[in-house]
Structure formats: structure tokens, C-alpha cells
Design a protein around this ligand. Structure first.
Ligand SMILES: Cc1ncc(C[n+]2csc(CCOP(=O)(O)OP(=O)(O)O)c2C)c(N)n1
Ligand code: SF4
Length: 268
């Protein structure tokens, strides 16, 4: 049976292969607006996962997302939920206000590493330290994507960026900031995990983590943070396939995957 929600192109394609069942469809929470992301960019995949979770939980009318400044600045054009734009780095401050004013809503921020770990690090730490009851979706692609690939706090040691053309030097700029590890140390966090979307299993685990984090909001026990290792093929100057391989084989060396805090307790 073909889904009514399938876009025309997919329907036509499936119809051309009679006898086959269409298994992929767009969740009702994800608008059909063409996305502006570069081909192969993780942002679009994470948008889809997040929207699938919200659709599956039946909380479309009860969720408010806070959009960042960065490549995902137009997230509100794609997610069919209530959304509020925040100034660069201020998503956690805005989310604090939204959640406190409307405690019955599911609230999440969606932030890149420039947004969360650089300009917004103060807002993030203080919101988490207060144990604000929302979800932070942290997209770590190791660079400032939107502004053409400058070094971010999470840039890997030795990684070349437009502002570290010879490779990031720890002596000059410190070591990559491990946001998930830092946040897990704060008593305000309830659930902290690091995932990626570089292969099918990892995609499934990321979706599970997002669902777990949103469900945890009902408990009102504190902040949940899902860090997702992402690619930026355009600024890394790699093909999408090469960039996903880089995430899987190189980024995970600096940023190990897995849960760091479960039910308010450190895992490792
Ligand atoms: C107050 C302020 N400072 C700087 C900028 C410029 N700026 C826009 S996006 C961005 C970095 C975005 O990088 P990141 O958060 O990692 O997201 P990505 O684009 O990689 O998804 C910067 C510095 C801005 N828009 N506002
Ligand atoms: S510049 Fe990088 S992060 Fe931004 S859309 Fe392109 S690939 Fe994605």
C-alpha cells in the first residue's frame, strides 16, 4: 500500500515498480519545503529523525523548537511544529523562558558547535547547571559551517580549517572541547549521550536517543543533551561518503560515542 503522505515523485517511482511496498515516507511533522542544506549534510537527516520521533510520540501540537544561527537557521521552515528563532548562541536562554512559561510543552534547542560551544557556551552551561527541563540537540560538525568553515571549539587537533590552515594547534588554541563530557559533570543533567548518523545502525541509535530524551522531559528531572557527530562535506572539502567515513573513523577517536549519563548518574 502506498502512503497518502508520499511526495509525488516518490509515489510515481513506487508506482513504476508495481508489487513493491514503499517503506520510506515523510513524517507529517516534516514539511515538503526543499531544504537548503548541501548534499549529504547531516542536518537534513537529523531533522528527519527528530520529526519522526515527534510524529511517533504524537506531540506535534505540544512541542516547541528553538532554532539557532548557523546552517540550521531555517530549521523552522522544515519542521512543522511551533518554533522560535534565537540570536546566535542564545537558544538555551530562550528555551529556558519558553519552558518555564509553558511547562507542559516539550521544548528542544537545535544548535551547532559554533552556536552552542563558542558564542553560546555561557548560556548553555548555566541552563544545564540550573537543570532546565528541556532537550539540547547538539550538532557537532567540528567547524562553523555557515560562515565557511572556521575553526570551532570542537575542531579536531591538527584539523585544517579556514582559520587554522596549517591544522589546529593545541599549543595555540587548546584541545577540542568535549561538550557532552562537560555537561554530564553538571548535576543538572539527567541524560547525556553522544551519537552519530554515519551509518544505518548509528542512525537508529540516534533516533532512539532522541526519543529517550524527549520522553524524559515528562519526568521533569533535568536537562537532556544529545550530541550528534555530524559532517560538513562542503567545508571539509570531502565528498559526502568521505565525510561520513571521517566522522566514523576519525571524529569518534576524539569524541567517543555512547551514553555519558543515564537517569542522572554518570556512566563512566
Ligand atoms: C552574534 C553573532 N555573531 C556571529 C555571527 C556569525 N555566524 C553566523 S553562523 C556562525 C557559526 C555557525 O556555526 P555552527 O554553530 O557550528 O553551525 P553550522 O553552520 O556548522 O551548522 C557564525 C559565527 C552571527 N550571526 N551572530
Ligand atoms: S556548509 Fe556544512 S553544515 Fe552547512 S549545510 Fe553545507 S555541509 Fe551542512
Amino acid at each position: 500500500m502506498l502512503s497518502d503522505t508520499l511526495p509525488l515523485a516518490a509515489t510515481a517511482n513506487a508506482a513504476a515498480h508495481e508489487g513493491y511496498e514503499a517503506v520510506y515516507s515523510r513524517p507529517a511533522t516534516l514539511l515538503s519545503t526543499p531544504m537548503h542544506y548541501c548534499p549529504g549534510c547531516s542536518h537534513s537527516l537529523v531533522h528527519k529523525l527528530l520529526m519522526e520521533v515527534i510524529a511517533e510520540m504524537g506531540i506535534q501540537e505540544h512541542t516547541i523548537g528553538i532554532a539557532p544561527v548557523g546552517c540550521s537557521v531555517f530549521a523552522y521552515e522544515y519542521m512543522d511544529i511551533d518554533m522560535q528563532e534565537a540570536a546566535h548562541g542564545r537558544a538555551c536562554a530562550v528555551a529556558t523562558a519558553v519552558k518555564r512559561l509553558m511547562p507542559d510543552r516539550y521544548v528542544f534547542t537545535y544548535q551547532g558547535d559554533g552556536d552552542l560551544a563558542a558564542i553560546g557556551i555561557a548560556e548553555t552551561i548555566h541552563a544545564v547547571n540550573r537543570g532546565e527541563n528541556f532537550l539540547i540537540v547538539f550538532i557537532n560538525n567540528a567547524v562553523y559551517g555557515m560562515t565557511s568553515g572556521q575553526m570551532a571549539p570542537t575542531t579536531l587537533s591538527g584539523m585544517k580549517t579556514t582559520t587554522s590552515p596549517c591544522g589546529r594547534s593545541e599549543a595555540l588554541t587548546g584541545s577540542p572541547l568535549k561538550i557532552a563530557e562537560m555537561m554530564a559533570q553538571l548535576p543538572g543533567t539527567w541524560y547525556v549521550t553522544r551519537q552519530m548518523v554515519a551509518n544505518a545502525n548509528a542512525v537508529r541509535r540516534t533516533k532512539k536517543a532522541l526519543r529517550h530524551a524527549l520522553e524524559a522531559q515528562q519526568l521533569q528531572k533535568g536537562t537532556c543533551l544529545v550530541e550528534i557527530l555530524a559532517n560538513c562535506p562542503s567545508n571539509w572539502k570531502m565528498t559526502p561518503v568521505e565525510s561520513m567515513k571521517f566522522v566514523e573513523e576519525t571524529m569518534t577517536q576524539t569524541f567517543p560515542l555512547g551514553d555519558l549519563k543515564l537517569e542522572g548518574r554518570l556512566c563512566k
